[in-house]
Design a protein around this ligand. Structure first.
Ligand code: AMP
Length: 482
C-alpha cells in the first residue's frame, strides 16, 4: 500500500486519542504500566526500489514512536529496543521478561490483535523455565537474547529476584493455565486487544487465560488507511462500534443490499449512511489510493453526535464455494461456533480453525481443520469420533440454505469433513507465514487455505478425520434461489 510521510502524523493523532477515551471509563491508568507485545519486521525493497514494510513496523520505527516523550498513560513495560528488534524470538523473550519483572505495575495487557496476545501466552508456556532462571540469576541468557541494545536496555532493571522466579514456576508449572494472566499480573484491569471481525473466535480462549477480563477493542485501522476509534472501549465485544474519523481520508460507502446486487449500487458519503444498513467501505487516501474498496463490510449502529458509528461485520470475500454455494467468513465462524458447542461438555474447545474447498473429488466438499484444546481436567474424556461426526452435521446445519440445498437436493456437495490437527499446528502455520514475510502484529489466521504448502502442512498434522454421517435439513423455500 502506498504511504507518505505525513500519514504518520494522522496515525499519531488517532493513537493519541485512545487513552483520553479510555480514561473516561478506566481511571488511574497513569499510575502503572502497559504490557503490550509489539513487533517489527525487517524492511524489504520493491522491484521499483521503494522501501516496503508492514504498516505497524513503519509506525514503530518512526520518530513519533521512537522518540515519544514520556507519557504516564502510555508507559510500556517493553523496552523500545525490544520492540524494534526484528528477531521475533529475542523481541518476545525480552518483552515477556520485562512484563514479568514489572508484573505488579502492569494495569493492562495487550497486543494489536487477539492472535498476537495468544502467541505471547503460548511463548510463556514454552519458555517460562528459562525466563524464571534468568529472573532468579538476574542475568539475561545470551542464547535467548544476543542483541546488544536489548541486553543493555534489560540490564537497566533486571536484578536477581528468586521469589518472582519461584512464583513463575509455581503458576506456570502447575499445568493449570486458566486465569494465568491475572495470576501473574494481578492488577490487570483489561486486555487491550482487537477481538472483532475475524478475531472474534479467540474470545473464549482469551477469557479462559484471563479469567474473564474485559477486552477493549480500541481502534479500527488498516495498512491502506487508519479509520477510527471505539468511543465505548469497555463495551462487550459483540457491541463494539467504531466511529470513523473524517480527517483520516475520504470515505464512501457502497450499500450492500442483496436486491440491488445486479446493478452496481452508488456509493454514498459519510453523512448519508443510514442506521441499520450495511455498507462496503471505499476510501480515497492522502497517499494516493482513489476510491479503493478495502473489502470490509460495516453496519451503521448509531451516531455519536452526527458521526456514524459502524460495527465491523466481515471481510467481503467469499471464503468457500464448491458450486453455486457461497460461504463467507461470518457464516463459517457461526457454523464453527455452533458445532463446537457439542464438544464443550467434554471441556474441549476449538482454538483455531481454517478451511478449504476440497474439489479433487467430485462432488467436492468443505474441509474444516480444527485445532482442539482441552480446558479442565476431571471433566468427561475427550470427545470421541461419534461426537466429532455430529460436529460435521451441526456445522452443515448452520450453513446457508443454498449450501444445504446443494447437499440435500442436488447432491452437488459431498459430506462436510472435519480434520482435527494436533496442538500447535496453527502456530506452525503462523511461523510459516512469518518466515515468508508476514508481520506478527498484523497476522491473521487465514480462514480458508488454497496454497498447497500450507495445505500439506495442515494435512501432515491431522490426527483424525470425520465426515457428516447424514445430510443436513433443508426445506424448499417459497422464493426460488438462483
Ligand atoms: P492490515 O492491512 O493487515 O492492517 O489489515 C487491515 C484489515 O484488518 C482491515 O481492513 C480489517 O479487515 C481488519 N481489521 C483491522 N482492525 C479491525 C478491527 N478493529 N476489527 C475488525 N477487523 C479489523
Amino acid at each position: 500500500m502506498p504511504t507518505i510521510q505525513e500519514e504518520l502524523d494522522r496515525r499519531q493523532l488517532l493513537y493519541s486519542l485512545l487513552m483520553p477515551v479510555m480514561n473516561i471509563y478506566v481511571p488511574g491508568l497513569d499510575k502503572g504500566k502497559a504490557l503490550y507485545f509489539l513487533f517489527v519486521k525487517t524492511e524489504s525493497t520493491t522491484p521499483g526500489g521503494l522501501p516496503a514494510r508492514p504498516v505497524l513496523t513503519s509506525y514503530y520505527n518512526s520518530h513519533h514512536f521512537r522518540h515519544r516523550p514520556f507519557d504516564p498513560y502510555n508507559n510500556y513495560t517493553s523496552p523500545t529496543a525490544a520492540i524494534l528488534c526484528p528477531d521475533s524470538h529475542q523481541s518476545m523473550y525480552a518483552q515477556m521478561l520485562s512484563g514479568l519483572l514489572h508484573r505488579l505495575e502492569v494495569l493492562r495487557v495487550g497486543a494489536v490483535f487477539a492472535s498476537g496476545l495468544l502467541r505471547a501466552i503460548r511463548f510463556l508456556q514454552l519458555h517460562y523455565r528459562s525466563l524464571a532462571a534468568d529472573i532468579s540469576d538476574g542475568s539475561l541468557s545470551f542464547d535467548q537474547v544476543s542483541d546488544p541494545s536489548i541486553r543493555s536496555a534489560v540490564a537497566a532493571f533486571l536484578r536477581p529476584d528468586p521469589a518472582l522466579a519461584d512464583l513463575l514456576i509455581r503458576e506456570c508449572g502447575s499445568g493449570d493455565w486458566a486465569g494465568i494472566v491475572t495470576r501473574i499480573w494481578p492488577n490487570t484491569k483489561y486486555l487491550d486487544v482487537i477481538v472483532t471481525g475475524a478475531m472474534a473466535q479467540y474470545i473464549p480462549t482469551l477469557e479462559y487465560y484471563s479469567g474473564g477480563l474485559p477486552m477493549a477493542c480500541t481502534m479500527y485501522a488498516s495498512s491502506e488507511c487508519y479509520f477510527g476509534l471505539n468511543l465505548r472501549p469497555m463495551c462487550r465485544p459483540d457491541e463494539v462500534s467504531y466511529t470513523i474519523m473524517p480527517n483520516m481520508g475520504y470515505f464512501e460507502f457502497i450499500p450492500c443490499d442483496e436486491s440491488t446486487a445486479a446493478a452496481p449500487a452508488t456509493a454514498v458519503d459519510l453523512t448519508e449512511v443510514e442506521e441499520g444498513k450495511e455498507y462496503e467501505l471505499v476510501i480515497t487516501t492522502y497517499a494516493g489510493l482513489y476510491r479503493y474498496r478495502v473489502g470490509d463490510i460495516l453496519r451503521v449502529t448509531g451516531f455519536h453526535n452526527a458521526a456514524p458509528m459502524f460495527r465491523f461485520v466481515r471481510r467481503k470475500n467469499v471464503l468457500l464455494s464448491i458450486e453455486s454455494d457461497k460461504t463467507d467468513e461470518a457464516e463459517l465462524q457461526a457454523a464453527v461456533e455452533r458445532a463446537s458447542k457439542l464438544i464443550e461438555p467434554y471441556g474441549a474447545s476449538v482454538v483455531e480453525y481454517t478451511s478449504q474447498a476440497y474439489t479433487k473429488e467430485i462432488p467436492g466438499h468443505y474441509v474444516i481443520y480444527w485445532e482442539l484444546m482441552k480446558r479442565g481436567e476431571g471433566e468427561r474424556e475427550t470427545p470421541g469420533a461419534e461426537i466429532l461426526d455430529m460436529c460435521c452435521v451441526e456445522t452443515e446445519e448452520a450453513l446457508n440454505s443454498v449450501y444445504r440445498q446443494s447437499r440435500v437436493m442436488d447432491r452437488s456437495i459431498g459430506p462436510l469433513e472435519i480434520r482435527v490437527v494436533r496442538p500447535g499446528t496453527f502456530e506452525e502455520l503462523m511461523d510459516y507465514a512469518i518466515s515468508r514475510g508476514a508481520s506478527i502484529n498484523q497476522y491473521k489466521v487465514p480462514r480458508c487455505v488454497t496454497f498447497s504448502p500450507i495445505i500439506e502442512l495442515l494435512d501432515s498434522r491431522v490426527v483424525s478425520t470425520h465426515f457428516s454421517p447424514r445430510p443436513p435439513t433443508w426445506m424448499p423455500q417459497r422464493h426460488s434461489l438462483t
